[in-house]
Ligand binder design. Structure first.
Ligand SMILES: NC(=O)c1ccc[n+]([C@@H]2O[C@H](COP(=O)([O-])OP(=O)(O)OC[C@H]3O[C@@H](n4cnc5c(N)ncnc54)[C@H](OP(=O)(O)O)[C@@H]3O)[C@@H](O)[C@H]2O)c1
Length: 294
């Protein structure tokens, strides 16, 4: 089967490229906005026809959470309209679609992990645009799956882990205070994009076979590394594993205001995907250690 990976220069896209290098049964096509803009109906349609695409993993997204608050049109263009274009084209060519969404579709007021059927209530433009994308995909009637994930990081691209490593370097050379301040009242599950990539390919293999001849719509799954922490605890583990002398000073969200509101608690219940695939999910500390050791 020919599988299109969109947003291939992003964190997830790069991890999918690494992991698919050893897969020989399927042929993978990697494209980013410079070669295939998912918001262009005609470009996407031509691409499917030319390359005989049988499945898509949509790694393309507008992910600048704070910028999205003022850049609403572009956030919706990619996260809603782009997903609609891909879904409609998948329907036309009878292709399977795997799409990635976010814990930011939830408001964060829960005290126990969010299941796939929990009520959504995004608090930011980014979260709202991603939820609009989920709805566009479901309404299209495409065969596929949405995987919501959280706090994604990788050795590719920009993310919290790389920011902490960079700050740690500066902090160690500073003379006055060898510490960085990190928010301690938001709880979630850091997720290594390489682990997500692995599960997406398993899901694609399983669901594609099950669904290729039946029209049964979109299934939602949650995937994140096991366990949870605050951003400050995550930062402290990054310092420990990278043997940094830099200390982490826990602060509150109120002390570190951002343009977009983040959920206070966004731990995802991952039982459904574990049962569906028969997999155990690595704990976040183990995943972080693998990323840092790469
Ligand atoms: N990062 C997180 O913490 C996080 C958490 C939960 C869920 N997610 C979701 O996980 C998925 C993967 O995230 P990621 O962190 O890998 O994202 P990423 O690193 O920002 O990569 C997204 C890629 O998509 C590209 N892109 C943007 N607009 C496009 C368009 N119109 N057509 C084609 N490509 C386009 C981006 O290019 P430019 O860089 O040039 O814009 C970028 O290369 C996304 O759906 C995201 O919403 C992410």
């Amino acid at each position: 089967m020919n599988v299109l990976i969109t947003g291939s220069k992003g964190q997830l896209g790069n991890e999918l490229r690494v992991i698919t290098e050893k897969k020989v049964q399927d042929k993978f096509f990697f494209e980013d906005i410079d070669t295939l803009d998912i918001t262009s109906d005609s470009a996407v349609d031509n691409y499917f026809a030319e390359h005989n695409i049988g499945a898509v993993i949509n790694g393309a997204a507008y992910t600048a959470v704070d910028k999205a608050e003022s850049d609403t049109v572009n956030a919706y263009k990619v996260n809603e309209s782009g997903v609609r274009v891909l879904s409609k084209t998948c329907c036309k060519y009878n292709a399977f679609m795997l799409h990635i969404s976010t814990d930011y579709v939830f408001d964060g007021n829960a005290a126990t992990p969010y299941t796939e059927s929990a009520a959504t209530n995004p608090q930011s433009v980014y979260g709202m645009s991603k939820l609009a994308g989920e709805r566009a995909m479901i309404e299209s009637g495409v065969n596929g799956a949405i995987v919501r994930t959280s706090w994604l990081y990788s050795s590719f691209g920009n993310n919290f882990v790389k920011t902490m490593l960079r700050l740690a370097k500066n902090c160690e050379v500073s003379t006055d205070s060898a510490a960085i301040k990190v928010v301690n009242d938001q709880t979630g599950s850091p997720t290594y994009a390489a682990d997500l990539a692995d599960v997406l390919l398993r899901l694609l293999a399983q669901q594609y076979v099950q669904k290729c001849n039946v029209q049964n719509g979109v299934e939602i799954y949650h995937y994140a590394n096991s366990g949870y922490c605050s951003w400050a605890e995550f930062a402290a583990e990054i310092m420990r594993l990278s043997r940094s002398l830099c200390r982490v000073l826990p602060i509150t969200t109120a002390e570190y205001p951002t343009l977009a509101a983040r959920p206070k608690y966004s731990v995802l219940d991952t039982s459904k995907i574990k049962t569906a695939l028969g997999v155990e999910i690595p704990v976040w500390q183990n995943a972080l250690e693998r990323m840092l050791g790469r």
